[in-house]
Design a protein around this ligand. Structure first.
Ligand code: ATP
Length: 679
């Protein structure tokens, strides 16, 4: 703990108590983080800095944390960075008086716009010295850039970037600093470099969001205990603080709500003061894949469990507060879905606000709610519905719905909501009640309306035969298979944001295969041959390494595409071609392994595979598996569909790929796939 406490002196000469946090001080911390790959060291740098902010300028803590996780607001606010390269290059050129051509040439050579900006900026004094940047000023500037809309928006974005860049590194000007060495990317912090990377939406520091969360907890614990006891906290106190913050954040993933509450009540009282709140979407609980029904029986042993249909649609979290309720609605969320009865929103699996996509759901919602229900958060799946046949339609139908500004009366693809869990009811979070009880509350709080709202079909049978029949029935009803869930005790509590052992999924089509499909990012393509010469015929795909924030190649794919799909993909992808691979692409450099074109990391595709193997041509999970430097690759990969609901950094992780590989290895070595479940 000593390392977490050490700098009780002022860390940065121009930063006195009450002053806005200098952006340069944050960049110094970023640089220290950049120099190491050790997670504990990274965490210590973060928490020491956050503690300084707490000590000197607590009102800037929220802005500091958001810049550390490279976000401007909680996910559901829908405010995104990720400004395009061309705008950034234009702004760099105009700020530094260098031509666009020179900037482009530099970008070709260096491959990192952050460093290009640092190089262009230099440390030359200018006519007048701009005021140094502050953390709060940078966040405000970024917010203005991200939210400007309408006519002339591009120009105003460029102007906003220029304003930030012009003031970047002002503290170094004329002080004889050599600034950053762009060949090594080392040599002191460069505000210009980090501003540009922030704008691009990738800080590339190896600073995972989870690490920042733990650092925030550490900073608070150290700060509070030092103030109270005058000595560093114990390991137990640090661990307790971490547990509190992690559990609160998983229910209420919004620093905007949590930080003010922590400043007011202290970290150890946070649980009582900060709870799941309608209006603030929580990260959903996810399931682990299983290979066979016998595996389910083995895993759940003698415990009571239930099997539900796994509907194939879009995950939706519905939040509602009635007008006559005393329960407050998450204050930062834009008010959508107002009805006579109350206010509601539909959120996606990624906490995106889908209310404008589903006005039909919001319009009908009041008729499903029993009169005594004043507030709730419900977990469900929206599924395309065939009104004539009265049955579920395939997922592809749902995908044809418009995503924005849908008018309820224009909706062509009707949806039915299948509810499977209840997380909050009448002012109370119920995530820590057993699932059996939550389900009872769900069933007693709502009424089914044919073709609009239904409870997920289930059976609590524990017999192998019974489960197999249910699985077959679910498939006949156009579902993907079953979700198997614990019913009683703490193991059945809802675990936000976790892929839990207590939720298992059994999909019809992987009982004999590898387990689950993968969601992979398209990094490159190869021109087609024969009939396919005018489009891309094969693609290079990658998984995502959340620790290094890089994309690790995992296969080439050319199977599973119809001619129409290839044409459509070519149209989409040709707009995001880049000159060379991004520095955060981990790929083989062998000559014959290079795709014909490289892409920005934007699209995620679902892919199935026959099995996984080690290969020197791919980099997936090479740092995790013991493969003598080889990565994992997919054999016989087949394209299933686009996953528009996933962002590239939500692709299957390198760890999940390693897990699949290791599980497959142990299955083939120990027992082979189980034959009786193969139907
Ligand atoms: P998949 O591609 O298999 O949907 P995923 O990563 O999106 O994978 P998983 O955790 O693997 O999500 O599977 C759970 C998903 O299944 C949920 O996110 C939800 O959208 C859907 N689902 C359908 N029916 C149910 C149900 N009865 N209970 C829980 N989730 C269900």
């Amino acid at each position: 703990q000593a390392t977490l406490v050490a700098p009780n002196k002022d860390p940065y000469p121009d930063w006195k108590a009450g002053d806005p946090v200098p952006y340069a001080a944050l960049c110094t911390t970023f640089s220290k983080i950049e120099m190491t790959t050790k997670r504990l060291e990274i965490m210590a740098h973060c928490s020491v800095f956050l503690r300084q902010v707490l000590r000197l300028t607590p009102e800037d803590l929220l802005d500091t944390i958001l810049l550390m996780i490279n976000k401007l607001a909680a996910d559901y606010m829908g405010i995104e960075l990720g400004i395009g390269e061309s705008l950034i290059m234009k702004a760099i050129g105009e700020t530094t008086g260098r031509s666009l051509q020179v900037i482009k040439a530099d970008q070709q050579e260096i491959g990192d716009l952050g460093l290009v900006a640092a190089k262009s900026r230099g440390t030359q004094p200018t006519m007048f010295k701009p005021k140094p940047l502050t953390v709060r000023g940078v966040r405000k500037g970024l917010m203005d850039i991200a939210t400007v809309e309408g006519q002339g928006a591009q120009g105003r974005k460029v102007a906003g970037i220029k304003k930030l860049l012009a003031a970047a590194d002002a503290h170094l000007l004329g002080k004889g600093s050599k600034g950053i060495d762009i060949t090594t990317d080392k040599g002191g912090p460069s505000e210009a470099k980090f501003i540009i990377r922030t704008l691009e939406g990738k800080l590339r520091l190896g600073l995972a969001e989870k690490t920042v969360l733990v650092s925030v907890a550490q900073a608070f614990v150290v700060h509070e205990i030092m103030q109270k006891d005058g000595k560093p906290p114990s390991t137990e106190q640090l661990a307790k603080g971490e547990t509190v913050l992690k559990s609160v954040y998983s229910e209420l993933p919004s620093y905007e709500v949590i930080i003010p509450a922590m400043l007011e009540h202290g970290i150890f009282n946070l649980r009582e003061n900060c709870k799941l709140q309608p209006g603030v979407p929580l990260k959903p609980m996810l399931a682990k894949p299983t290979k066979s029904i016998t595996e389910v029986l083995d895993r759940f042993d003698a415990k009571d469990f239930t099997c539900e249909y796994k509907y194939d649609g879009e995950r939706a979290q519905i939040h509602f507060v009635a007008h006559d309720s005393t329960q407050s609605y998450g204050s930062t969320v834009p008010a959508v879905g107002k009805s006579d009865k109350g206010i509601a929103n539909v959120f996606s699996r990624n906490s995106e606000d889908l209310s404008k996509k589903y006005p039909d759901i919001l319009a009908r919602l009041p008729s499903w709610i029993k009169p005594d229900i004043k507030s709730f958060v419900m977990d469900c799946e929206t599924v395309a519905w065939d009104v004539d046949e009265k049955k579920v339609l395939p997922f592809q139908q749902l995908m044809t719905r418009k995503r924005k500004d849908v008018k309820a009366e224009d909706v062509k693809v009707k949806v039915c909501v299948f509810a499977f869990d209840l997380l909050f009811l009448n002012g109370e979070a119920i995530v820590s009640k057993p699932f059996r009880e939550r389900r009872e509350l769900l069933h007693s709080s709502f009424v089914e309306v044919e073709g609009e709202f239904a409870f997920a079909k289930f059976d609590n049978t524990r017999e192998l035969d019974g489960i197999q029949i249910l699985l077959e029935d679910s498939v006949k009803a156009s579902c993907e298979g079953l979700m198997v869930k614990m019913l009683d005790g703490p193991e059945s509590y809802y675990e936000p944001s976790r892929r839990s052992q207590n939720w298992l999924k059994v999909k019809k089509d992987y009982l004999a295969g590898v387990g689950d499909s993968l969601d992979l990012v398209v990094l490159g393509a190869y021109y087609g041959r024969g009939k396919r010469t005018s489009v891309y015929g094969a693609f290079l795909l990658a998984c995502y390494n959340t620790t290094t924030q890089s994309y690790e190649t995992v296969c080439n794919i050319g199977t599973g595409f119809s001619e129409e799909v290839l044409t459509m993909l070519h149209e989409k992808l040709k707009g995001i071609v880049i000159d060379k691979p991004k520095p955060f692409y981990e790929h083989s450099t062998g000559n014959k392994d290079q795709p014909d074109v490289w892409f920005e990391p934007r699209y995620v595709w679902e892919v199935k595979t026959a099995d996984l193997t080690l290969s020197p041509r791919y980099r997936a999970a090479a740092s995790v598996v013991d493969g003598g430097g080889k990565g994992i690759s997919l054999r016989f990969p087949r394209f299933i569909k686009e996953r528009d609901d996933k962002k590239p950094d939500e692709a299957t992780t390198h760890r999940a790929v390693a897990d699949m590989y290791q599980r497959q290895e142990s299955v083939t070595k120990n027992k082979g796939p189980s034959v009786d479940d193969d139907f």
